[in-house]
Design a protein around this ligand. Structure first.
Ligand code: AMP
Length: 175
């Protein structure tokens, strides 16, 4: 199935100069959504995972069904102030400015094998923050899984040493 055909380009959102990759048409196509989740389930079936980790908000959309399909726990990373129990925090770089993510201190055990999921890899700042939190809990990152990669922003440079898997790649800003 041509997943890329189901991603809508929205120019100048949320601000001038940004080409937003809108995944809502993809999510509204149940066959495409199923293909993504089932594909990842097969990819990780024999990897002896202990949990799937996703970040607010679109990471939840793909991470939670993957965890359900694999019969694994789903671990939430949320924006600062949203998780109710004891947390670890990390500040991470966005294209403009910084933001904070948190994870519950008891969300993973040392040595747990996990896959981190998000919808899109751009500059890599968001995922680098997620990686730091998961490493603070001493879990082992098996792979980072994204639906979309904006390769021209070189997010991989911020994520060295961790395997990365992406389904749809864009190699220029106007693609
Ligand atoms: P980054 O931290 O730069 O890798 O940005 C990744 C996060 O920002 C992902 O969670 C995306 O949902 C969102 N994002 C960044 N750039 C775009 C874009 N061009 N289109 C859609 N979402 C984006």
């Amino acid at each position: 199935m041509d997943l890329a055909a189901l991603v809508r380009n929205v120019p100048d959102f949320p601000k001038p100069g940004i080409q937003f990759k809108d995944i809502t048409p993809l999510l509204m196509n149940s066959q495409a959504f199923r293909e993504i989740i089932d594909g990842w389930r097969e990819r990780y079936a024999d990897k002896h995972l202990d949990a799937i980790v996703g970040a607010e908000a679109r990471g939840f959309v793909f991470g939670a069904p993957l965890a359900y399909a694999m019969g694994l726990p789903f671990v939430l990373i949320r924006k600062k102030g949203k998780l109710p129990a004891d947390t670890f925090s990390v500040e991470f770089e966005l294209e403009y400015g910084t933001a904070s993510f948190e994870i519950h201190t008891d969300a993973l055990n040392p040595g747990d094998r996990v896959v981190l999921v998000d919808d899109l890899l751009a500059t890599g700042g968001t995922m680098a923050g997620m990686v730091k939190l998961v490493q603070q809990l001493k879990a082992e990152i098996v792979e980072l899984a994204f639906v979309i990669e904006l390769g021209f922003l070189d997010g991989r440079a911020q994520l060295k040493g961790v395997p990365i898997h992406t389904l749809i790649q864009y190699n220029s800003e106007d693609s």
